[in-house]
Write a protein that binds this ligand. Structure first.
Ligand code: 0X9
Ligand code: ZN
Length: 302
């Protein structure tokens, strides 16, 4: 399993994904879907359905699940938990292994490395902007749905949306690859912190038409997390529960790709240490995520 005692470097994550793919060649395929601003690979791991689990009458996958991690640099628990979930989906195949899973555990590798080595609180990517003194675009404001409605046009802002929708190589790579997935049923992007399961919309307070089923699925995650570690996750609308923010992964997957289920899950903690989450919480958070995602998937397949 991925290291539990400490956070990995980007290189360790790459090595981990490569080893997982080479040890499980029949089910795990590793692809670089593009390069970051500074030229690091953005890796996608496709976990195919377990052949033995598919009945003869029904050989097509019942759908795809997309899991994004590490879009924001300082939210280290996100790539960490995404890698644990990936590991679990590969090694502990259960009744949910007839689905196609696409994982991008570390979507913003430049930002992550910058946060590790230089500025722990870095959030954005490492793009050069029109302001020589302010770099980086907020990759969760750069997606092409309601771009710029609730985001900053100031390069010095932490939520700088960028010069145009999909101006950034990271969001272009992610959206291109996500668009190619067949029958996308569920998109989850892991962030931190706040312990919340957020459903669309983020750009408006208008309630979404299928709110009820989104809440039911979100509650399945929250209930499972509570059962496994006792941590409480709030299930709420992004804009109402949090604040308006447009151009994010979740709204784009819901509106443009028509993914019936699309969530931003804010992992630990609830504010005490915020982004600077002690490594002793890596294991328990991973257990919450594994149990929560399993329960969520069971709920949406009812
Ligand atoms: O503001 C964000 O991008 C997310 N919170 S974070 O603290 N991890 O930065 C929340 C995004 C929720 N989704 C939308 N507003 N669409
Ligand atoms: Zn975030």
């Amino acid at each position: 399993a991925p290291l539990k005692s400490s956070y990995m470097t980007f290189e360790q994550m790459e090595r981990y994904m490569m080893d997982l793919a080479s040890n499980n060649p029949a089910r795990v395929q590793l692809t670089s879907i593009g390069k970051s601003f500074e030229g690091r690979d953005i890796w996608m791991v496709h976990v195919s359905p377990d052949g033995s689990r598919i009945s003869d009458s029904d050989s097509a996958s019942p759908g795809s699940v997309w899991i994004e991690g590490g879009l924001h640099a300082r939210e280290w628990i996100s790539p960490s938990s995404t890698l644990h979930l990936l590991h679990e989906r590969v090694t502990a195949c259960d009744s949910q292994c007839d689905l196609d899973y696409y994982f991008v555990p570390i979507a913003n590798p430049d930002g992550y490395e910058y946060s590790r080595t230089t500025d722990r609180m870095w959030r954005k990517n490492r793009a050069v902007t029109t302001r020589s003194d302010c770099g980086g675009v907020d990759l969760n404001r750069n997606w092409d749905y309601k771009f710029g409605v609730g985001a900053s046009s100031d390069p010095c802002s932490e939520t700088y949306m960028g010069p145009a929708a999909f101006s950034e190589p990271e969001t272009r790579a992610l959206s291109n690859a996500m668009s190619k997935v067949d029958n996308l049923k569920l998109m989850i992007t892991f962030h931190s912190f706040g312990q919340a399961v957020l459903y669309p919309w983020g750009w408006t307070n208008e309630p979404i038409e299928d709110k009820e089923q989104l809440v039911r699925a979100g509650n399945a995650f929250a209930d499972a997390a509570m059962r496994i570690t006792g941590k409480s996750y709030a299930v709420e609308n992004s804009a109402g529960g949090l604040y308006f923010a447009s151009g994010a992964t979740d709204d784009w997957a819901k509106k443009v790709l028509n993914a019936p289920y699309s969530f931003t899950i804010e992992l630990r903690d609830s504010g005490m240490n915020g982004f600077i989450l002690d490594a002793s919480e890596i294991g328990p958070t991973a257990r919450e995520v594994v149990a929560g995602v399993s329960a969520l998937i069971s709920e949406i397949r009812k």
